[in-house]
Design a protein around this ligand. Structure first.
Ligand code: AOF
Ligand code: ZN
Length: 341
């Protein structure tokens, strides 16, 4: 690594930023297909021109660097002396694929620019070290923040061995989560529901409490957007109250019904981490959500506010004082506030 970089005064050109931005962009093509791996993108640049692009497309598929090298070969470009822009430190281990460091060396890449280090204990600095030892110029930290946002759940899981916890809750104009005057059901717009399904698709598991299953009998599947797989569904039901005919217990998708084997949210999150669940969405009722909040287990809180007014409201207070950031957006006709730390 250069001195400038270790002293933290690395400056990057607009051209370099542009190439890394493109690498982050192509990485998105793997979204939903690479879990539990992170999204990774790679751009190869020679004589100022982009000669190839690659991304980690699906679990077990080529890593981004190897796909980019392959892409260059297919297009008839010589990779000798090219610069590789990679959103994650190249791996140096035999996993589902051989090491990317070897592929880069073999391809004659002369410089590697990395956005974010790989916290995987099998890599963690080794990838960069091996490249530097081989005489390649390596620098890191270009668009690091953007990369860390893109790999948020992977980084969180590497650090904590637990899923990143996202809560989603919809309320009416006055903060009510349900209308007891109505049969259970959705009170938000169709566009909003689509967004919720996108969110579900991005989560490895969806959790609700027994009350939600009893009142709504939900399926908790991804239906309105295309998906390769369905999230694992989890019901917390320590007193075994949900009906055996409940939809989530009777379709072809997986459900964990936590009854007498339920020991507490902490140990459940550890268990989900062991299952390589990197993002958990909590979709169920105020009681369940407040348990997560009280135990400080929520990483992201998504509050969806509709303009409808419930006739027999179920008003609930959520204590969001521990969240330090809030971003506001719209999902259809609903106003959405996303609280993070
Ligand atoms: C890279 N480039 O595109 C990706 C990397 O067992 P594997 O082969 O699926 O490797 C998974 C690990 O490799 C993953 O946990 C992460 O540390 C790294 N991912 N590395 O050089 C890539 N996706
Ligand atoms: Zn790799």
């Amino acid at each position: 690594m250069s001195n400038a970089q270790s002293a933290g005064i690395m400056t990057w050109s607009a051209e370099q930023c542009g190439h890394m931005r493109r690498a982050l962009e192509v990485a998105e093509k793997g979204r939903g297909q690479v879990r539990p791996n992170p999204l990774v993108g790679c751009v190869l640049v020679k004589d100022g021109e982009v000669i190839a692009e690659g991304w980690h497309d699906h679990l077990g598929g080529l890593h981004a660097e190897q796909m980019a090298i392959h892409d260059a070969e297919e297009k008839g470009h010589n990779t000798n002396g090219a610069i590789a822009y990679v959103t994650l430190e190249p791996c140096n281990h035999f996993g589902r694929t051989p090491p990317c460091t070897e592929a880069l060396l073999w391809a004659g890449i002369s410089e590697v620019i990395v956005a974010h280090g790989d916290p995987n204990p099998l890599v963690r600095g080794n990838g960069v070290a091996v490249l530097v030892e081989a005489g390649i110029t390596v620098s890191s930290g270009l668009l690091e923040q953007e990369a860390s946002e893109q790999m948020r759940e992977f980084l969180h899981w590497c650090e904590n061995r637990r899923p990143y916890v996202t809560v989603k809750v919809a309320i009416d104009a006055n903060g009510s989560v349900d209308d007891l005057a109505e049969d259970s059901g959705r009170f938000t717009s169709t566009e909003c529901l689509e967004k919720v399904h996108e969110l579900r698709r991005d989560c490895c598991a969806i959790l609700v409490g027994a009350n939600t299953v009893i009142r709504d009998n939900p399926t908790l599947t991804v239906r309105l957007v295309e998906t390769e797989r369905q999230p694992l569904r989890i019901v917390i039901d320590p007193n075994n109250r949900i009906h055996p005919d409940s939809k989530i217990l009777n379709d072809e998708f997986s459900t964990r019904h936590l009854k007498d084997d339920f020991r507490g949210l902490d140990s459940m999150l550890d268990m989900l981490g062991d299952l390589e669940i990197q993002r958990l969405m909590v979709e169920g009722g105020p009681t369940t959500i407040n348990h997560f909040l009280e135990q400080n287990l929520v990483d992201e809180f998504i509050l969806v506010q509709s303009s409808v007014v419930h006739t027999r409201p179920v008003n609930t207070d959520f204590d969001l004082s521990s969240f330090t950031n809030m971003e506001q957006t719209n999902w259809g006709s609903e106003v959405v506030k996303v609280f993070t730390r």
